[in-house]
Unconditional design. Structure first.
Length: 159
């Protein structure tokens, strides 16, 4: 599995599997001429693994490294952009929630739901460096928040 041969894309930097679906991050990928914008690829097992989609953020910028962390469950993808500059805070980072709205394996439709930002987050926190999802429960973490003491946030995303 390799969607393209772009040098520095870092395809497989993060991976997750749930049932017959695999998601793989490529945080170093250049997208629309924006270096290190990042992308997440999805694959489905039809007797063999086959790419069936790719996900980018709707309003991305260079350097945010979307796909540095990924997790997938219950039709939801959670992915980190730990190097995103937010409100002037360099490397504050964000976590993104994306829903697979069409469960047809050959043509999944990915709908961006929302970013998960944190109050009181600051520069060099790298939020979204690690993420996890189980059912409708998500975790996003930063090992560098609060002067490297780290922080883990739990949320329920049930709609």
């Amino acid at each position: 599995m390799h969607p393209n041969n772009q040098p520095g894309a870092q395809f497989g930097y993060s991976v997750a599997i749930n049932g017959f679906t695999i998601v793989a991050g490529a945080p170093g990928e250049t997208v629309n001429s924006l270096a290190n914008r990042g992308r997440v690829y999805s694959y489905y097992n039809y007797a063999f693994w086959q790419q069936n989609g790719d996900i980018t953020l709707p309003s991305s910028v260079a350097g945010e490294r979307f796909g540095s962390s990924v997790s997938f469950a219950s039709g939801f993808l959670i992915a980190g952009s730990p190097e995103k500059t937010v409100n002037g805070n360099t490397y504050q980072g964000e976590t993104h929630l994306i829903k697979q709205t069409s469960l047809l394996p050959a043509t999944p439709v990915w709908e961006y739901k929302r970013k998960i930002g944190l109050e009181n987050a600051g520069a060099n926190d790298y939020w979204g460096k690690s993420v996890a999802i189980d059912g409708y429960n998500i975790i996003t973490a930063s090992d560098q928040a609060q002067n490297y003491r780290g922080k883990v946030i739990f949320m329920n995303i049930e709609e």
